[in-house]
Write a protein that binds this ligand. Structure first.
Ligand SMILES: [Zn+2]
Length: 236
């Protein structure tokens, strides 16, 4: 697979709710609903992480016209706004939480996280303290990577199989530590790319923004050829 090749598009969201103009990537309720309706109207299949990793384990081709929906950080609006819409459209999703941020103002509580677990939402780890892992010393990596897994499992009572690197940042050592901690796969941002298909410990994701409210933008991101469109957009 080349740089321009097909990648199953994994969508990333952060905060859902009112656009406040701060640094947090935010999509409004209206835009989010429009985006889910777009997926439904065009009959996209929204996979779970388990389904995706199962396909990869078996070496099966990635189905076209399919996608994944993921949320990083555990903002409250994901519970109060995004989740009811996901339920209405019957779409799978994954949520990556940071144990030391759960329950802080603006973030979900464990009670809310557990409601989503019981509804089938996949919960993953997004480190213990939301640290940029390439800057974390080797002796502190287990806390961020293994202890966060245990802390979440203790709260939700089901195994945590997936990890998301804060700001997409990882190194070979970080990746090895994530593998050894017992995760099945880890998500990054669109900075990663691999020549030979998808790397389960560097699953590339595409950030969905408020701007993705026109069929063209969202279709480009969902096409699986997003790098190609990004290159066209960027001045040489
Ligand atoms: Zn994050």
């Amino acid at each position: 697979m080349t740089r321009w090749g097909y990648h199953l598009p994994i969508l990333t969201y952060h905060r859902i709710g009112a656009l406040t103009g701060d640094h947090v990537p935010t999509v409004s309720a209206q835009a989010f609903e429009w985006q889910l309706a777009f997926l439904a109207r065009h009959r996209y299949q929204v996979l779970s992480l388990d389904a995706l990793v199962g396909l990869m384990d078996r070496g099966e081709p990635m189905p076209r016209r399919s996608t994944l929906i993921t949320f990083d950080d555990g903002y409250e609006g994901v519970y109060s706004i995004a989740w009811p819409l996901l339920r209405r459209f019957r779409l799978a999703s994954a949520l990556f939480v940071t144990p030391n941020e759960v329950g802080l103002p603006g973030f979900m509580s464990w009670k809310q996280v557990n409601e989503m677990v019981r509804d089938g939402v996949t919960i993953g780890s997004h480190t213990m303290n939301h640290r940029y892992l390439p800057f974390v010393s080797e002796d502190r990596l287990p806390e961020e990577i293994s202890e966060s897994k245990r802390a979440i499992e203790q709260q939700i009572g089901v195994p945590v199989h997936y990890f998301s690197y804060p700001v997409g940042g990882y190194t070979p050592l970080v990746q090895v530590t994530v593998k050894h901690a017992g995760y099945r796969a880890a998500c990054t941002t669109n900075r990663a790319w691999s020549r030979n298909g998808m790397d389960p410990f560097a699953l590339r994701r595409i950030k969905v923004t408020e701007r993705d409210r026109t069929p063209l933008f969202l279709w480009a991101k969902l096409s699986g050829y997003y790098d190609f469109f990004r290159r066209l957009e960027r001045p040489a």
